[in-house]
Design a protein around this ligand. Structure first.
Ligand code: SF4
Ligand code: SF4
Ligand code: FES
Length: 483
């Protein structure tokens, strides 16, 4: 492993590691445009130039491999001048769009200009090249070619990650621009990652444009629940409203995320949203709903009806534990079932899982712990309690159900739930990692946290739960990150 010296510090490089990466690992930041840790090295922007002793010219830190005895300067006068020159060059044809550009707050061109540039342009405004602005690209992107600095991150993403090859650099010199293959268009399922990795405001997201400045937003870490992959995400929100979702890159599960996962937040304010529990066509507030369900269940118990409880891969571990508790300690029914797990595999070779539920593995562990039977043993019951996504696939009479849901549907007894963005919950992804959703916005007043709802029903039966979720979850055999 080569020893090098950077800005007076002795550092150990890994074999074959670039100077930029050695510096990054050791807390020395080198500016970059074309370099991206998850794409191949292009070495075309020259923003990462550093001085290396015994080399007459400055070298690009992203593409120069550290070798024994190298003495590197990342902040000498020569380096600072080179950065200033690169910025001046990139800005020759860049439009004066900052005040109307959606990238403000996360634009590397602006940020580096303030850190390294600060030079009055020697070029005339009227001589700037003009290129196509506001080109609609696929379902989710807008491209402004005047703002592009030709770093080719977007092109490499489409070549290397989605392998769809839709983007390419057309023409040459100062007329070069990013173009889209007319036969292909940008239809891949990961297109919004391009807006994330574009270091300037050339590719932006149609969904997010002009809604908020990024520096007005807070971010909260959570997970995507749209499939069993369970990508780690950042939820960007302000004033009780979610504005966008971006991936939280990590070595365990995901660097990127799919477009469907990003759009999932729309359920929060969707017209399909169930905001009140609906029992036989009537809307009920929370207090009334708990009472109605209590009445229904206590009558069923008095009449010695057979009540089945079905655990759900769509619900958190906490909610499923509460369902088991209700079944065993309140309803005292032996009929507790789980839904057969969907087959789990990454269906597109990138991230999207064939299992569209977020917690199949959590259910598997609960099934083992509590000895729960599979729904294949399901027979005829008088009342079935479960989550609507599961039950809709079973051939049972609708009127016999008490279902939890956050979407409207035609079932007669629907309990309105909070969405994954309005409550904390634990899930185990397809790799076996325990992951948590985070509450980022308040829910409509008459929606429930399912486990709170079930506890309230238990209280009306004068049964008071004495377990804690943390203890039960800790005993489940999930994988820890780093194992
Ligand atoms: S559009 Fe953005 S990511 Fe693509 S080359 Fe231009 S600046 Fe780079
Ligand atoms: S791959 Fe699955 S978990 Fe990841 S963002 Fe897409 S839907 Fe969500
Ligand atoms: S980051 Fe090194 S040349 Fe672009």
């Amino acid at each position: 492993m080569p020893k090098i010296n950077v800005d007076g510090k002795d550092l150990i490089a890994n074999d074959g590691e670039s100077i930029l990466n050695v510096c990054e690992r050791n807390g020395i930041y080198i500016p970059r445009y074309c370099y991206h840790p998850s794409l191949s090295v292009a070495g075309n922007c020259r923003m990462c130039l550093v001085e290396i002793e015994k080399m007459p010219k400055l070298q690009t830190a992203c593409s120069t491999i550290a070798s024994e005895g190298m003495v590197v300067k990342t902040d000498s006068e020569k380096v600072r001048k080179a950065r200033k020159d690169v910025l001046e060059f990139l800005l020759i044809n860049h439009p004066l769009d900052c005040s109307i550009c959606d990238q403000v707050g996360e634009c590397f061109l602006q940020d580096y200009y303030f850190t390294y540039g600060l030079r009055k342009s020697r070029f005339k405004l009227e001589n700037k090249n003009q290129k196509q602005k506001r080109r609609e690209v696929g379902k989710y992107l807008v491209l402004d070619n005047e703002r592009c600095i030709l770093c080719t991150r977007c092109v490499r993403f489409s070549n290397e990650v989605t392998k769809t090859d839709e983007l390419f650099v057309n023409s040459r010199g100062d007329r070069a621009f990013i173009d889209i293959s007319p036969e292909k268009g940008v239809t891949n399922k990961y297109s919004l990652n391009i807006a994330d990795i574009c270091p300037v405001g050339a590719f932006t997201s149609k969904d997010f444009r002009f809604k908020q400045r990024v520096y007005m937003l807070q971010t909260t870490k959570s997970i995507c629940t749209l499939c069993a992959t369970g990508c780690k995400i950042n939820i960007w929100h302000n004033n009780n409203t979610i504005y966008r979702i971006t991936p939280e890159p990590n070595i365990y599960t995901n660097t990127w995320m799919c477009d469907d996962g990003r759009m999932n937040y729309k359920i929060v304010n969707s017209s399909e949203r169930l905001t009140h529990s609906m029992i036989n066509g009537t809307e009920y507030n929370k207090r009334q709903t708990v009472k109605q369900v209590f009445n229904k269940l206590s009558k069923a118990m008095d009449d010695k009806l057979r009540i089945a409880v079905v655990l759900s891969n769509y619900l958190s571990i906490e909610d499923n534990i509460s369902l088991i508790y209700l079944a065993k300690n309140v309803l005292k029914t032996p009929y507790i079932f789980s839904i057969e797990s969907n087959q789990q595999k990454i269906e597109d070779g990138i991230l999207i899982n064939s299992d569209k539920s977020p917690n199949s593995n959590g259910i598997k562990l609960l099934v083992k712990k509590y000895g729960i039977k599979d729904i294949s043993e399901y027979a005829e019951y008088d009342i079935v309690i479960g989550f609507y996504e599961d039950i809709k696939n079973l051939r049972i009479s609708l009127v016999k159900t008490i279902l939890f849901s956050y979407k409207k549907s035609s079932y007669p007894c629907l309990i309105a739930l909070k969405t994954y963005f309005e409550t904390d919950g634990s899930f185990i992804n397809w790799q076996g990692y325990l992951r948590k959703t985070a509450k980022v916005v308040n829910s409509p007043e008459n929606t429930f946290d399912l486990h709170h709802f079930l506890m309230e029903v238990s209280h009306l039966f004068a049964v008071y739960p004495d377990f804690n979720f943390k203890g039960i979850i800790k005993d489940l055999k999930y994988k820890e990150e780093g194992q």
